[in-house]
Design a protein around this ligand. Structure first.
Ligand code: ADP
Ligand code: MG
Length: 678
């Protein structure tokens, strides 16, 4: 048995079905058997006809009383069959199933499963599936329901799955060590994989799921912790100068640091002075003042004789950081410089030279920092901002430019602490859970699209008072061309139709960094009244005079993203507003808008987001450089997650390089492909 075998070799899979399976990202036998059901239907317990309840999916065992009768209707045909058990009779209705005319024998018993319809005292069963009484293909057992797109039917995938499972059942190699199976009371892999797809009883499914969820979370934890071990534990890092005090630079700030900022700075300073390389995540809501904290750490590093790299996800942000750093640190004789793609070759070479010979203390930039020709004389501290945009790999790569430098990762995506501890298994965590004082609450309104004109009037009023506004375009599928179109259309609408008297412009991700920077600068300097944008402004740009954030089609964004966007306003002295224009009436949409209006607390929002969306989106690969979970749900499976983390810690304590657990190396490798190198 070969798990890597192409699905096309599995019984029942022809060329057409290969394509459909591929659409579900099922390419190999292994992909197939790990395509887990999203739900189950218990079709094993028959009901008496007389006990049937309206609207309920029900199994009935009954005898066919006559032949199937077909009727022609305007655009379809209808088939009817009368059935009977000891307690009563029922009528079955199907549509467009002419072949059923010769399917049933009078007087023979069958098992049906379908939805009951009680009409004028008559019991009707619509479009049921069925088996002869001694067979259990579609009925008579618990049936898995898979997440599917319309082209592939449940019945087809179930048949293919049965064939796939038949091939692997009993032949799978146990992926977890015996000690773990025993300690955590986990089922063996062969039984688990059969039972997750075709449980005989619902309890079977619970047991199987527990094992599979455990395995998935355990391997993630193991990979993250092993990564942390490899990169940091064994190595000796830099002990920064104990005589350089962060408190000295704090005094130079034009404001008092919040208690939360002071607390995290203590944690950071302690890390920096210890010989263990710092590897810390700094979490704090938008506007909580993470940059100030980073500047303090940079000060300490530079004054201890080291260089600092600050990596931001966009050129705009990098530029803004440079301004902030220069504003604070230039006076202290600390020299910062910017590296983004798009600067001329000659300039870049000069810059790189200054960096190599140590004339520059701090290099701030984008991904460009990772490039090979960027060499430091003595890199001591790496700061990455908005870390969810960078993968684990990139983080490691930049750190490799120094000799075990300290690493500070900043994230404005607040996630519940327990979860952060686990997801960022490879990082220590500091949290800024307090905003600077005198921040006004951003008033948030969710407005149905029908009330657009009122929103426009509101914007007008604010602009007349000298304020500025952001308008964020609907989120389009990840497709830059569509993005472009939507931003241009919106621009036309606002500039030509609604606000011809104001200065409107737009910005999007495909523009050259220089162009974007110029626009942001113009906006900052109030040469623009309304800035229409794709989500490029999602991350940290600071324009205190801008106090309105309008988000078009807000229902398409996740709560975490909405919260991030909202954080762009409320940075100045003016009362700020966030207007969520939305469409759609779904319960979920309504709930999400309500949460946004009710709270400004990023931690609360992230928790709700997790609850409403499950873990799938929120913790997608894209955002965190982590693999997607196939079966685990981080919200519901928190308990298992904790156990799995403990198990992973214990194993690594005993066997840090997993030399005695080769099977686990395979497991990690498998789960992460090449995304994490251990
Ligand atoms: P973020 O955490 O989103 O990166 P920033 O570091 O950009 O937040 O800070 C947002 C704004 O708040 C900046 O203008 C900064 O100067 C200001 N700020 C930071 N800390 C304080 C503080 N303790 N008191 C007052 N203002 C502060
Ligand atoms: Mg920031």
């Amino acid at each position: 048995m070969d798990l890597a075998k192409d699905v096309k070799y599995i019984k029942g899979v022809g060329p057409n079905r290969v394509k459909l399976l591929n659409k579900l990202k099922i390419y190999t036998l292994k992909d197939l058997i790990t395509y887990y059901p999203r739900d189950y239907e218990d079709r094993s317990k028959p009901k008496n006809i007389c006990d049937c309840v309206d609207e309920e999916e029900t199994t009935i065992e009954a005898v066919a009383c006559g032949k199937v009768v077909e009727t022609r209707l305007p655009r379809k045909t209808m088939q009817k069959l009368l059935i009977r058990d000891e307690t009563g009779t029922a009528i079955i209705t199907w549509f467009n199933q002419t072949y059923l005319k010769s399917k049933f024998e009078i007087g023979k018993k069958y098992r049906f499963y379908g939805k009951i319809n009680l009409k004028y005292g008559k019991i009707e069963l619509t479009s049921p599936v069925f088996d002869e009484i001694d067979k259990k293909n579609n009925t008579g057992r618990i049936i898995p329901i898979y997440p599917l797109t319309y082209q592939l039917t449940q019945t087809t995938l179930r048949k293919i799955m049965e064939n796939g499972i038949k091939e692997v059942a009993g032949n799978l190699k146990e992926s977890l060590p015996n000690e773990i199976l025993k300690e955590y009371n986990l089922q063996d892999i062969n039984k688990a994989i059969v039972d997750i797809h075709f449980p005989k009883k619902l309890e079977d499914f619970e047991t199987a799921r527990y094992r599979l969820v455990f395995e998935e979370l355990f391997s993630t934890q193991l990979a993250l912790l092993a990564l942390k071990n490899k990169t940091y534990n064994e190595e000796i890092g830099i002990e920064f100068d104990k005589n350089v005090h962060i408190s000295d630079v704090i005094m130079k700030f034009p404001f008092n640091l919040t208690n939360a900022q002071r607390r995290v700075l203590e944690e950071i300073e302690k890390d920096m002075e210890s010989r263990k390389p710092m590897n810390r995540l700094l979490q704090g809501d938008v506007g909580s003042g993470k940059t100030a904290v980073a500047m303090c750490a940079a000060y300490k590093a530079v004054k201890s004789g080291y260089q600092v790299a600050v990596m931001a996800p966009t050129a705009i942000l990098a530029t803004q950081h440079l301004e902030n750093f220069k504003g604070m640190l230039d006076d202290l004789d600390i020299k910062s410089e910017l590296l983004i793609s798009g600067i001329s070759k000659k300039k870049k070479e000069e810059l790189l030279e200054r960096l190599r010979n140590g004339e520059r203390d701090i290099l701030i930039g984008t991904h460009a920092l990772i490039e090979e020709n960027v060499e430091f004389k003595k890199l001591g501290l790496v700061v990455t901002d908005e870390q969810h945009r960078f993968g684990v790999k990139q983080r490691t790569k930049i750190a490799e430019k120094g000799k075990n430098p300290d690493v500070l990762v900043m994230s404005a995506t607040p996630i519940p602490r327990t979860l952060a501890l686990i997801l960022y298994g490879d990082l220590d965590i500091s949290i800024i859970d307090e905003l600077p004082p005198n921040r006004k609450k951003i008033e948030t309104f969710a407005v149905s699209k029908k009330l657009e004109q009122r929103v426009d009037a509101f914007i007008k009023k604010q602009i007349e008072q000298g304020r500025q506004a952001y308008i964020v375009c609907p989120l389009v599928e990840e497709n830059e061309e569509m993005d472009l179109k939507s931003v241009e259309e919106l621009y036309e609408k606002y500039q030509k139709e609604i606000f011809p008297e104001y200065r409107v412009t737009y910005i999007h991700g495909k523009m050259k960094p220089k162009e974007k920077d110029q626009i942001m600068l113009d906006f900052k300097n109030h040469k623009i009244d309304i800035l229409i944008s794709t989500t490029v402004i999602e991350v940290g740009v600071d324009v205190p005079n801008s106090n309105i954030m309008v988000i078009e089609d807000a229902q398409r964004f996740g709560l975490a993203a909405l919260h991030q966007l909202r954080g762009r306003v409320g940075r100045g002295e003016y009362q700020s507003y966030c207007i969520l224009k939305y469409e759609g009436k779904g319960e979920n949409v309504r709930k999400r808008m309500e949460i946004m209006c009710k709270t400004n607390d990023g931690f609360v929002i992230s928790e709700k987001d997790l609850e409403l969306r499950g873990s799938g989106d929120f913790f997608g690969t894209m955002q965190h450089g982590l693999p997607e979970f196939k079966i685990a749900n981080l919200f519901e499976d928190m308990d298992i997650l904790k156990k799995a983390q403990r198990a992973a810690q214990n194993i690594l304590l005993e066997d840090p390089k997993l030399e005695n657990h080769k099977e686990l190396l395979v497991l990690i490798d498998d789960k992460f492909h090449n995304r994490i190198e251990i």
